[in-house]
Design a protein. Sequence first.
Length: 271
Amino acid sequence: MLLYRIGSILLLGACLGLAEEGSDGASGAAGGGNSELVRTWSVSLQAGFASTFQLTLGGMFGEGPDFQNRLSASLNNALRDGDSLTLYGWSTTDLPSTTPNWQAGLMYKNRLLRGNRQTLYVGGGVQRWLFPVVKTGAKDWLLCGTLNYNTRIGGLPISVSEDSMSLLSSTLPKGSLLYTQIFTQHSLMKRGKFQLLLRHGPQHTYAWGFYGAHGNRVVRYTGALVATWGNTSAEACYRQQFGLQDGIKYNRYWSFAVTRQFGGGFSRRNR
């Protein structure tokens, strides 16, 4: 639970930071009554390969490698400044068996805090999972929530995410899980529109009966080399997993993906 406690402390810092930001932090939520709300849309297309299909609970499925792709579309400033409504679909196909697994979801996220050094987002939504390679086959509906806190410590960017998932219906045992991620990022090179970044940090999963799993499941450490130019990025990722229970193997995971983003103005109205 160490990562969970670290994340909780940082999230508490976000709440305390409301007082530190003073009127500047409050103006984004309360002072924008006379400003224009500009709606924008954004679409992200991603495709790549991974060593295999792996759940946040720690299990790996299929022989691998897997072909993976993702499509997401967002309406930004949908109801208020700083919020977003996102529809996404994701699939991973085990190439030796040509078995596809996929998920889709709808998520609403709202910004609660924006200051000089920190932002805090809260969101929720529903997801649909179809994973034929997981145990006897998983067909699930889930209720999901997320907290995302971003700050800078000594000039170093820090991002903390808490993602909760609860099974509403499933062909496997129902329950909930909490997935905690902490990342930092270093700029290695920047020339014009090209930038090379190193992103890394730990992750932790805790389960309450989700697919029959209980307690502390895994701790991971992920490192990713990210190259961006314009609206395109390429990411090479490596992740080491440490099992916290008997039967959960230590393993290594790799992935490579290319992402292309599109966006533009949608509409505007007076708030």
